[in-house]
Design a protein around this ligand. Sequence first.
Ligand code: HEC
Length: 199
Amino acid sequence: MKRMLVLLLGMAGLLTGCERAMHDMYDQPKYKPGAPSPLFGNGSAARHPPDGTLPAADGEFAGTSSGRMGRVSAPAPLPADGHPYPITMALLQRGRERYDIYCAACHGLTGAGNGMVVQRGFPAPLSYLDARLVQASDADLERSIRDGYGVMYPFADRVDAHDRWAIVAYIRALQLSQRAPAEQLQAQDRQALDARKTP
Ligand code: HEC
């Protein structure tokens, strides 16, 4: 019992040590953006951006250290629904490549929501086969990638609009690959499927 108490006290000590270290990081001497400073002619620690600079993000998360970028300030006009690019093999292949890089770690290579990061404890996303995501519009999916969704951080700063739409097209391919009606298969695929059916 006594040993347990010592252990618990020790752990509490470690935790407060950690908390203090974190605070040191927040409290270290530094300039916050826009704070007054004699450094520059404009009297501010931040320089004025050059004319014509476009903000990458705004809103409450912009510029925070947690990786959240806030809203992208000037989003490309969204089509009400449907996909703004012709669905070509090249687009799908680009989507697959980007998906495997940026998304598969959590969503899994087939979109089942069981990627390696999830297997190591990150909250599991819905499978892309979930009825809600099958029914979601292309624009809904693109917006979730761009702005983030729930615990998923936004990707606007690393996946540009074209690639987001390429990924959306590939997500549709993943959905179709696992729930296509057999009648819609091409003849040779149908034959291959029938050949594999156990009698
Ligand atoms: C770090 C893990 C992680 C990565 C990387 C990730 N996601 Fe997610 N994603 C999640 C989680 C978790 C959710 C569910 C969030 C919630 O419900 O709070 C989610 C939700 C979604 C949704 C569903 C939104 C809805 O309406 O339910 C879509 C679509 C999506 N992600 C697409 C993507 C795409 C595309 C990529 C790659 C560009 C990606 N995600 C990268 C973890 C991740």
